[in-house]
Design a protein around this ligand. Structure first.
Ligand code: SF4
Length: 222
């Protein structure tokens, strides 16, 4: 996109602070069902699911955890089997060696420092082995203690297209979003962008002709 065209597009849609309200409202109306796609019944299952979801789809994780959570119910259970057995049990999620190592390390810290409970404070979650900011944000938000905005590949792409950030780094994107998205919407905002990204604003072929955000989006092709 030529620079002048980008400038013109930004001018056409107006400042992001004025657009964010309508963007959230329209996406919320469009994707009423936008919630986390991972299936879990406890904070521990949530944490494990999110850790397993790195580099794979939520559908794939749900397929694996359906069996996994029958066998592994408490943090102790992940440590009671040989590492190779856990690796086999999560094999289908990919990167199984690394994920098994992170899971076992996390269970050890949960038992040693958190009485076997999953903490909700971001700084505590970030102390768990293999838990990075995105995972911590997802877990905290789902447990009702939203402290940031989850930035995954969809959130990154849509935030950039919608002109809410010019950054590439997820931590900097999150910082930009936290300045413009009202705090009350920090939890649902990423879900809305993720579902909109999956259904309409595809990475390679955004379907602008079917999008409810065309006149609010500087990247609109309409
Ligand atoms: S108008 Fe097009 S580029 Fe903008 S959010 Fe909608 S689909 Fe994506």
């Amino acid at each position: 996109m030529a620079r002048s065209y980008v400038h013109e597009a930004r001018r056409r849609v107006g400042p992001k602070r004025a657009r964010i309200g309508p963007i959230v409202a329209r996406l919320a109306a469009e994707h009423e069902d936008a919630t986390i796609a991972l299936r879990f019944r406890s904070p521990l299952e949530l944490l494990v699911s999110v850790m397993l979801s790195a580099q794979t789809t939520d559908v794939n994780v749900n397929r694996v955890t359906e069996q996994l959570f029958v066998k592994y119910r408490r943090p102790e259970d992940y440590l009671a089997v040989p590492a190779e057995e856990l690796e086999r049990d999560i094999f289908a999620t990919g990167f199984y060696r690394q994920k098994a190592r992170s899971l076992r390390g996390t269970m050890r810290v949960l038992l040693d420092e958190f009485d076997g409970e999953v903490p909700t404070r971001l700084e505590d979650l970030l102390r768990l082995p293999g838990v990075a900011r995105k995972t911590a944000n997802v877990v905290a938000a789902e447990l009702g203690d939203v402290q940031g905005i989850v930035v995954d590949t969809h959130v990154r792409r849509l935030s950039q297209r919608l002109g809410l950030t010019r950054q590439e780094d997820p931590v900097k994107i999150e910082r930009d979003l936290m300045k413009v998205v009202p705090r009350a919407d920090w939890g649902r905002f990423p879900h809305l962008l993720i579902w909109h990204g999956r259904r309409v604003c595809d990475a390679r072929r955004p379907r602008c002709e079917d999008c409810v955000l065309t006149e609010l989006c500087p990247a609109s092709r309409i």
